[in-house]
Ligand binder design. Structure first.
Ligand code: UDX
Length: 437
């Protein structure tokens, strides 16, 4: 089947290449010429394991362009543009609105528009009026991919969610998307049919639940810190209860990235618009706990070292999570900037996120106090303390004896609770974890 994917950011680019991997002919469209040029050359514009492989392998089935009119060659159009956070916390719908407007002149009866972007509940209903005015049909098919596992999550998802209109057009939309996803469905992937509002809510409520789970364990870390309890042991123990589960119970400096933080804020903003803000008021606490844990690293360093002016702090990690070069709302970057603002000299290391971090620091005006390297051992040299801000494998498996020999002071703040605390203490470190000592 010939399809188009409007928006070639993280979600759209991976979706386009994955659909080509399933055997479809795909046109990827984006307004960003540099991105389109990179993708057309078979290169990934971001760090994502396995993505280059499927891009190159399916090059003959993939076309990337900035020319929207090419969509008329396709019958199914995925809308995968971003919905960044607006200044008031709500989701900025500019890109979704312009993608739909850009599509309208080229679609008619027999065309299916499939929304994949994360949108405020009620959006699909509104957009459906525009789409159906051309004779085409709209459905909503949210995406749950995680960075670092994006290809796997797209090709082998936990479930497929179809938000469809009532009646014959909904039935036709279901059958069309079923044909497109035939290979995924053949493996027994659950496919859930629902109305637009439910499909939109499934996506934001899944992210809200995950964020809540992380902030719950981080709240327990705060209690553990004043009681002498160990939050990792606590998470292991409660995680054995299948109703709770151990995943997403890792305490630390909390969640970041392009989805969880902005999605919970957008969800709160939408609930307020709908007059049910109280229902989601707890998400404000989820957000507050999360941001507090970033600040806790600075507090711990001041407890240990006193005034940070002139102190050198090594920070391992810039990306919001390992196996990613994404620094959007990254706790690591936030911590680095707050240390620099407190007068410290920061040497930060990340194996993948240096370029985006450099660009961002140049804008922050803090680049004089922060230097970057891709070698974590170089960053550790002569530092007064080490902060682990992202749990890259090479950081969690570093030899503490070697690291102790590099630092001026053997002090480590394990912001991701990813180190073997006994081994680091044995190597002579003063070890401070997040909710564990
Ligand atoms: C998330 C959702 O998982 C995904 O389903 C959705 O489509 C997009 O948003 P992603 O942003 O790629 O995916 O990252 P995720 O793996 O969920 O991690 C989010 C953040 O939570 C990271 O900063 C991570 O370090 C943090 N985290 C995760 C914790 O602090 N503790 C945990 O136990 C798990």
């Amino acid at each position: 089947m010939k399809i188009s994917v409007i928006g070639c950011g993280y979600l759209g680019a991976v979706h386009a290449a994955s659909m080509a991997e399933l055997g479809h002919d795909v046109i990827g469209i984006d307004v960003d010429e540099v991105r389109i040029d990179t993708l057309a050359r078979g290169k990934a514009p971001f760090h994502e394991p396995g993505f280059d492989d499927i891009l190159q392998k399916n090059a003959t089935r993939l076309t990337f362009t900035t020319d929207m009119s090419v969509v008329k060659e396709a019958k199914v159009h995925f809308v995968a543009v971003g919905t960044p956070q607006a200044s008031d916390g709500s989701a900025d719908m500019t890109y979704v609105n312009s993608a739909i407007e850009g599509l309208l002149p080229f679609i008619s009866e027999g065309h299916l528009v499939v929304g994949k972007s994360t949108v405020p509940v009620g959006t699909a209903e509104r957009l459906s009026e525009q789409v159906t005015s051309t004779g085409a049909v709209l459905m909503w098919n949210p995406e749950f991919l995680r960075e670092g596992f994006a290809v796997q999550d797209t090709l082998s998802p936990d479930r497929l969610v179809y938000g469809i209109p009532e009646g014959d057009s909904g039935e036709w939309a279901r059958a069309t998307l079923d044909a497109l996803y035939e290979q995924i469905l053949a493996t027994g992937t659950p496919r859930l049919l629902m109305n637009f509002a439910t499909a939109e809510l499934v996506k934001v409520s899944a992210n809200a639940f995950l964020a809540t789970k992380i902030s719950f364990i981080n709240a327990m870390a705060e209690i553990a810190e004043v009681t002498g309890a160990n939050v990792t042991q606590l998470a292991d123990a409660i995680g054995h209860d299948a109703r709770i589960g151990r995943r997403f119970l890792n305490a630390g400096v909390g969640f970041g990235g392009g989805c969880l933080p902005k999605d919970i804020r957008g969800f709160v903003a939408r609930a307020e618009e709908l007059g049910v803000g109280q229902s989601l008021s707890f998400l404000r606490d989820v957000d507050a706990i999360n941001l507090r844990r970033r600040g806790r690293v600075l507090e711990m360093l001041v407890e240990e070292l006193g005034d940070l002016t002139g102190k050198t702090i090594a920070v391992w990690g810039m990306a919001f999570k390992p196996d990613s070069d994404d620094i959007r709302d990254s706790p690591a970057l936030d911590i680095t900037e707050s240390l620099a603002r407190a007068g410290a000299k920061v040497v930060a290391a990340d194996p993948a996120a240096l370029l985006p971090a450099q660009r961002r620091l140049a804008q922050s005006g803090l680049s004089d106090s922060i230097s970057l390297t891709d070698d974590h051992l170089v960053a550790a040299r002569n530092a007064d303390a080490l902060v682990i801000a992202t749990e890259w494998k090479q950081f969690s498996t570093a030899d503490p004896v070697v690291v102790a020999g590099l630092l001026a002071t053997a002090l480590v703040i394990d912001g991701r609770n990813c180190l073997d605390s006994d081994a680091w203490k044995k190597a002579g470190f003063r070890y401070r974890g997040m909710g564990r000592s």
